[in-house]
Design a protein around this ligand. Structure first.
Ligand code: SAM
Length: 306
């Protein structure tokens, strides 16, 4: 039969697109559709669900959780853009960055745009959301996704983020940056780490080093926007080279920024000493492997005390 991967055992997460509907309306729709609503989850164990059951997530307010067997790709609410099929961990960056309506925001490596549409929902479609991606094909997919999701505050550009000029007048009021750059993808539970021979391991190390250097360049670049207040950095990697090590190097090079302690109730933290950051995994958070850091500019004059 069909091979079971660990991915098949992860809960099915459904993000409610608040640009089009409300959590209550989706809950009602699903109940009428034959699902049994078990209320608000209070513990991680509450995310272990039987076939037709669902709950509200315990950490993210716009997230519903279903059994691994539930499939929504053909569902009316998905096709109408009322729900977005997005792993719970990947909902963290926009939720934590939390740009207020009316603000100027950059999504640096945006395609296919799940986090962009989440940002737009948080911003209530008010303000300006500049989204960049190097890959034209992925950007085209993204435009379709954003249209379906009812996003209207975006400005898409097929552009290398590293070549975006932070001093250009159009970005002078940018206060928030979401940076989710290309990574090894080692957190995706369906991708196996196949490196077994010495030669393969060497190749994998070289690949990680090159990704980490790209990620650090993106991070440093993101911090160059003159009015920047907060930047969220995320990867779907489990390797510290792409996560804690990139953030540590960046903080050393940018003493005017510091880490914001994230969600005290989240069960998995960044590797010491970066416990302000979050990690995610199948075992501890019932998601794909993931990493999130939130950097903020230190208050004026606070620099000298560091
Ligand atoms: N944030 C996206 C989402 O939630 O749907 C996923 C982003 S994916 C991890 C990384 C993206 O970065 C890819 O689409 C890739 O094409 C893009 N990318 C890679 N290098 C880039 C660069 N220098 N400038 C802009 N985008 C880049």
């Amino acid at each position: 039969g069909v091979q079971q991967t660990p991915g098949d055992r992860l809960p099915r997460y459904v993000r409610v697109n608040t640009l089009k509907t409300t959590v209550e309306d989706v809950v009602d729709y699903m109940k009428r559709d034959g699902f049994t609503y078990r209320g608000q989850a209070l513990r991680l164990e509450d995310l272990t669900l039987k076939d037709r059951e669902f709950v509200k997530d315990l950490h993210l307010p716009e997230l519903l959780v279903f059994s691994p067997k539930a499939h929504f790709h053909d569902h009316f609410l998905y096709k109408a853009g009322h729900i977005i099929l997005q792993d719970k961990a990947s909902c963290l960056p926009a939720h934590l960055l939390s740009p207020p309506p009316g603000s100027r925001v950059i999504d640096a490596c945006a395609a296919p745009g799940n986090k962009t549409s989440h940002l737009a929902a948080v911003m209530k479609n008010q303000g300006r959301l500049f989204a960049f991606d190097l890959d034209a094909k992925r950007l085209a997919t993204m435009s379709t996704l954003l249209l379906r999701a009812g996003v209207t505050c975006q400005q898409l550009a097929n552009q290398d983020f590293l070549k975006v000029d932070p001093d250009s007048p159009q970005y002078q009021d940018v206060e928030y940056v979401l940076l989710d750059p290309s990574c090894s993808g080692s957190g995706m539970v369906c991708l196996r780490d196949n490196a077994s021979t010495d030669k393969e391991k060497e190749k994998e190390e070289a690949r990680l080093a090159s990704l980490a250097s790209f990620q650090l360049r993106c991070l440093n670049h993101g911090l160059r926007f003159p009015r920047l207040k907060r930047l969220v950095y995320s990867t779907c990697s489990v390797h510290s080279q792409e996560n804690e090590e990139v953030v540590t190097a960046c903080l050393q090079q940018n003493p005017g920024f510091r880490l914001v302690p994230l969600l005290a109730q989240w069960p998995e933290r960044g590797l010491e000493p970066l416990s302000q950051c979050l990690r995610a995994s199948t075992a501890k958070t019932r998601t794909h492997g993931f990493f999130v850091a939130l950097l903020e500019r230190c208050r004026e004059g606070a620099d000298a005390r560091r």
